[in-house]
Structures are given as structure tokens and as C-alpha cells.
Design a protein around this ligand. Structure first.
Ligand SMILES: Nc1ncnc2c1ncn2[C@@H]1O[C@H](COP(=O)(O)OP(=O)(O)OP(=O)(O)O)[C@@H](O)[C@H]1O
Length: 597
């Protein structure tokens, strides 16, 4: 059906130049160049969440490299064009380096600085023609077709644009695009689910450089003259306005914004000062009232509606237990040896040691601020311990990045749920189910069919997982529109999508009612029966006492007790650590849900 809808669009695109005079087709040709730039900026900023104010420089590098290589080095247009796109991609790689260290507005400042450095270079370098620019670029040869005609050049542009748009849409809908969106929503959680964040950031900037370079080359072939004013900061902000107004999270929105503002710019050419002011005002209004741009409005409305609807008929189906499986290996799954962690002057952990045998459910309890979550953060690779070692099945994994640990079988949930709010429940699971490496991105160009097949297989697995966790009814909802208990279930399902051997649950019962705690306990037992080793931080002592094989008690960053639940609960030092509230640590805790005991 969707493909059929493309036919009238294609016919309209073919017929468009027939109704346009020379000036109008020129405006359309420039709008297409900006649309390509918009796609690049949409991918890096909207999809991957990397603030990039250097897009105008990628555009300029493509155009200038093409101009210099043709007029100064005497290369043919297409050879120069191919090299120019490669140069823009290489610069994209270089611009990605700061993104590995800084994010958000800091990254904005760095990339803006790089754009200014480029503008400065082209304005002051004789090889780049200084403020005069470079003129007399050769006409791109095309099997005898005269591309000096902007009507004919339009057809070249529209083909490049169509391929560029199709590729961008394909990437966004694919596992790679999903990972990028997950990274944009919450890079920590994405890393914990196996997404290689540094490589993903580099990939986003490379794509941005690719589209910037392509736009630059087309611009060079169209105008056959390059000068600094085209690649100014003012035009960078115009480009930003295009993407923000259109909707940066939607590639089609970016294209629509770029085309609309390019045309509007021509209409308002005589009022350019007021026009700039107008764009600025509209951008501010959009950021405040519709941050997802015009393209995001229907989704915003749908989300609002589905929030009401899913709230009305929210029915969580029962969890279907996994098939029991023997624990493999049988040795120690996790060993923490003398781990200390300091944050500046604060000692969060001091010489903490514990050993978790494979197949155990280990409870980690302690008063607030005793270092439980810090311990999880070290085991899952978020923090590197100041001292001590962490062994996973005997291998030292201290300092190993979270995404690598995730691939080695460590999954975790978070105390304050870290679901990807802009992704659906199904997509949340799909991110975790995808175990491919980002380095396989070349497949997107060379083997797109393999990518489609891989995605289909992932979707089948996601459907089974949704069914097993009773979440099918919520598959297409956004997690934040769902009740808290369901969100907790989704987070466990998402962690299990990694097929972990070690599962770290950080206060999974927080915010759950008694019935939900009962279901949680059943689920955790079933996960253990399926061969997963579990470490659980919990304040609900009824749950801890009934569920855990062994309990480690932390206080002030130190292990003060370790043993069977019933034994540690009555130790005086443990009672004291809990401010003299022994009832919380005993089996007789009346606050503990009946079901969890
Ligand atoms: N990134 C950080 N920077 C500075 N201090 C930190 C950081 N992370 C944790 N801390 C400090 O380390 C100590 C232990 O915190 P942690 O979150 O591990 O405790 P917790 O036992 O999990 O507490 P709760 O039960 O309240 O979640 C606290 O004093 C906390 O403020």
C-alpha cells in the first residue's frame, strides 16, 4: 500500500519542472540541497541526539573540496565529487571525537567552534579563494545531458535525494536507528543493553558528514561557484530552524522543514532581517510548545489519547515461567574482592567483598546511602572501582565498558526506571534483543536485505518475549503512558532480552503493591530456575527474606553481615544499622506483603 502511494509522488516529482520558470526551478534545486542537509542534521541531532552545529561546515567542505579539486587540481567533476564526499565523511569522523567526551550544550559549543574555524579558513586562505570564493567550476558531465540547465540538474538532484531519503528512512527504522534513538533517550541505559555508545556517536557524525558532503557536491555542481557567505553561521541557524520546526526526530519532518523554509526564505528575500527574527521566534515557540516539531504533533496527540485509553484497559497478563534449565558451570558467577569506591572525599564503598555462586539469588540490603547501588554500578561497568577486583566467572572485568559486560551476560535494572520513553515497549525490548555489533554498520550499505531479515527475526523474538511477560497488550504504547507496575515488568523483560547469566535487580519492588510483589517474587524464582544468577537490592524485607538464598548487609559502605536471611536478620550490628528497627529484618515483618513471604 505504502509503495503504491509513492507512485503519485514520483509522477509529481517528474512533472514538477514543467510548470516552473528558471528562477523557480533554481529555488527548488537549492531547496533539495537543503533537504539533504536537513536529513543529515536530523540523523545526527534528532535521531542520535548529538548536538551538531558543524553541519554547515560539512556542507562547505563538500562544496569547497569539489571546487578545489576540479579548479586547482584539475580532476574531473565526478572524481572530485567522490573525493569531496569522502573528505566530508572524514571530517565527520574527526568532529565525532569531542562527542566521545562531551555532550549536550558543550558539544554544541565545540561543534560551533569547528564550524567557525572552517569559515575562518575559507575566508582567509588563498587556495580557497578568500572572500571572493572559487568560480568557474566545470559542468558535471552526464552522458551528453546538458547539466547547465537547472531543469535537467533537478533530475540529478531528485535521484540523489530519493536515494538519500530512502537510506535515511531505512536506517531509522532498522536496529541501528533504534539503538541511536535509545542512546538519545538514555545513553546509560542503552550502554547497559549492549549499545556501543562511542561507536554509535561516531556513526551518527559520519552519516551527518556523508549527507553534508553530498549536499555540498550537488551545490557545487548546481551553482558552479562557492563563496564563504553560503556557509555562514546565519545559514547554520537557518538549517537548525528548518530541522526544529519540521521535527528533528522525523526525517520526513526535517525534509519538510528544509523545503518549506527554503521556499519561505525566497518569498521573504526583501525582508531578510525581519525574516531572521521571525525564524528565531518560531523556533523558540516550537521548542517550548512542540519540541518534536510539526512532524511530532500527530504522535504527541496519539500518545495523549493512548495514555487515556491504556490507563482505562490496562490489564497485565500473567508471566509465563521460563523452561527450567540447569545452571551451567556451577562455580562462582560473581566475585567482588576488596572493592573500594571514593567520590572525591566520600567513601561510598570500603573493602567490599562478596561471592555469588552460579544459580543463587543473593540479596543486598542496607540503609539508604550504604553503597548498594554503587556496588551495582561497579559490577555493571558504570563505575571503575578505586581499588579491588570484580570477577565474572573467574575473569577480571574491572574497567570493562557496560556494553561489553552486557554482551558477556550481565544485565541490570535501575532503581529509578530507565526505560526509553520515546520508544515503544516493543522497541525497548528490540534494543536489548539486538546483539549485533555497531561495527557491522557496513551491512546497511552492502547487505540491506540481511539487515531486514535480521530485524524480522528480532521482531519475532520480541513478540515471544512480550507474550511471555504478559505485555503484548502494551507492545505499541510508550512506557511512560503505563502504570508503574507495568513499567517495572517491562524493565525486567528488557533486561532478560539480553539473555543474561547474571541479572542485577535494583529495588524491583519499589512502588509495587502487594499483589505485584507476589508476582515479582514468582517471576524472579522462575528466572533463577531457568539458569540465571540473580543479585537483588531491596528494601522490602519480606521479599528479601522469602526470596534470597543468602543476604549481604552493607552499612556505611562496608559489609557488616553476610549469611542466611534468617541468621543475618537477628545480628545486633544489622539491627543497629537499621536504626533499631529489627521488625524490618525479621520474617515476622507485618509490613511485608503476605504473598511475598
Ligand atoms: N556519582 C556519585 N558521585 C558522588 N557521590 C555518589 C555518587 N554515587 C553515589 N554517591 C554517594 O555514595 C553513597 C552511596 O550511595 P548509593 O546510591 O550507592 O547508596 P544506596 O545504598 O544504593 O542508597 P539507596 O538505598 O538510597 O538507593 C551516597 O552517599 C551517595 O551520595
Amino acid at each position: 500500500m505504502r509503495r503504491l502511494a509513492l507512485i503519485p509522488l514520483a509522477v509529481a516529482a517528474v512533472l514538477l519542472p514543467y510548470g516552473l520558470d528558471r528562477y523557480a526551478i533554481h529555488v527548488v534545486d537549492v531547496a533539495i540541497v537543503f533537504a539533504l542537509l536537513g536529513i543529515g542534521l536530523g540523523l545526527v541531532m534528532g535521531v542520535a541526539g548529538q548536538v551538531n552545529l558543524a553541519q554547515i561546515a560539512f556542507f562547505g567542505i563538500g562544496a569547497y573540496a569539489c571546487a578545489i579539486l576540479t579548479t586547482r587540481a584539475g580532476l574531473g567533476f565526478w572524481v572530485a565529487a567522490a573525493l569531496a564526499v569522502l573528505v566530508a565523511v572524514a571530517v565527520g569522523l574527526v568532529v565525532a571525537i569531542p562527542a566521545l567526551r562531551v555532550q549536550s550544550h558543550y558539544l554544541g559549543i565545540v561543534t560551533l567552534g569547528l564550524a567557525l574555524a572552517f569559515i575562518n579558513w575559507i575566508t582567509n586562505t588563498p587556495e580557497a579563494g578568500g572572500s571572493e570564493g572559487i568560480s568557474d567550476l566545470p559542468v558535471p558531465p552526464m552522458f551528453g545531458i546538458d547539466l547547465t540547465s537547472e531543469h535537467l540538474f533537478y533530475y540529478l538532484e531528485i535521484v540523489v535525494f530519493a536515494i538519500g531519503l530512502a537510506f535515511a528512512l531505512f536506517v531509522v527504522a532498522s536496529p541501528l536507528g533504534r539503538r541511536m534513538r535509545a542512546m538519545r533517550d538514555d545513553s546509560l541505559a542503552a550502554g547497559a543493553l549492549g549499545a556501543d555508545i562511542p561507536l554509535l556517536r561516531v556513526t551518527a557524525f559520519v552519516l551527518s558528514g556523508l549527507y553534508g558532503g553530498l549536499a555540498g557536491v550537488l551545490y557545487a555542481g548546481l551553482i558552479r561557484y562557492v563563496a564563504p557567505e553560503t556557509f555562514s553561521v546565519a545559514n547554520m541557524f537557518l538549517l537548525l530552524a528548518m530541522v526544529i520546526i519540521g521535527g528533528r526526530q522525523s526525517i520526513l519532518g526535517c525534509v519538510a522543514g528544509a523545503v518549506a523554509l527554503s521556499l519561505l526564505r525566497e518569498v521573504l528575500a526583501d525582508f531578510s532581517v525581519y525574516a531572521q527574527l521571525g525564524y528565531g521566534t518560531v523556533v523558540v515557540l516550537m521548542v517550548v510548545f512542540a519540541p518534536t516539531g510539526l512532524a511530532g504533533l500527530p504522535r504527541l496527540l496519539r500518545a495523549r489519547l493512548s495514555r487515556h485509553r491504556s490507563g482505562e484497559r490496562a490489564e497485565l497478563r500473567p508471566f509465563t515461567p521460563d523452561d527450567p534449565a540447569p545452571v551451567q558451570g556451577g562455580g562462582d558467577m560473581l566475585e567482588v574482592r576488596g572493592v573500594s569506591m571514593r567520590f572525591k572525599g566520600l567513601r561510598a564503598l570500603e573493602e567490599v567483598s562478596l561471592t555469588v555462586p552460579a544459580g543463587q539469588i543473593r540479596g543486598v540490603v542496607g540503609p539508604n546511602g550504604s553503597g548498594k547501588t554503587t556496588l551495582f554500578n561497579i559490577v555493571s561497568g558504570f563505575y571503575v572501582a578505586t581499588a579491588g577486583r570484580v570477577l565474572l566467572e573467574g575473569d577480571d572485568v574491572g574497567g570493562v565498558a557496560p556494553y561489553r559486560l552486557a554482551r558477556r551476560g550481565v544485565a541490570r535494572t535501575f532503581q529509578n526506571l530507565r526505560l526509553f520513553g520515546d520508544l515503544t515497549v516493543r522497541e525497548n525490548l528490540l534494543v536489548a534483543l539486538d546483539h549485533t555489533r555497531t561495527a557491522w554498520t557496513w551491512r546497511y550499505v552492502a547487505l540491506p536485505h540481511a539487515v531486514v531479515r535480521h530485524d524480522r527475526a528480532l521482531r519475532d523474538q520480541a513478540a515471544r518475549l512480550l507474550d511471555r511477560y504478559g505485555l503484548t497488550a502494551f507492545a505499541d504504547a510508550q512506557p511512560r503512558s503505563l502504570p508503574y507496575g507495568i513499567q517495572r515488568r517491562i524493565e525486567i523483560a528488557r533486561a532478560m532480552a539480553l539473555s543474561p547469566r547474571l541479572l542485577l535487580l535494583d529495588e524491583p519492588a519499589a512502588g509495587l503493591n502487594g499483589e505485584e510483589v507476589l508476582r515479582l517474587a514468582e517471576m524472579v524464582r522462575s528466572l533463577r530456575a531457568s539458569g540465571v544468577t540473580i543479585v537483588i537490592i531491596e528494601h522490602n524485607m519480606g521479599l528479601v527474606m522469602s526470596l534470597c538464598d543468602q543476604v549481604t548487609v552493607l552499612s556505611g559502605g562496608r559489609v557488616i553481615a553476610d549469611g542466611l536471611p534468617g541468621e543475618v536478620a537477628v545480628l545486633p550490628e544489622v539491627v543497629e544499622a537499621y536504626l533499631g528497627e529489627p521488625a524490618y529484618l525479621s520474617d515476622d515483618n507485618e509490613d511485608a506483603p503476605e504473598a511475598a513471604r
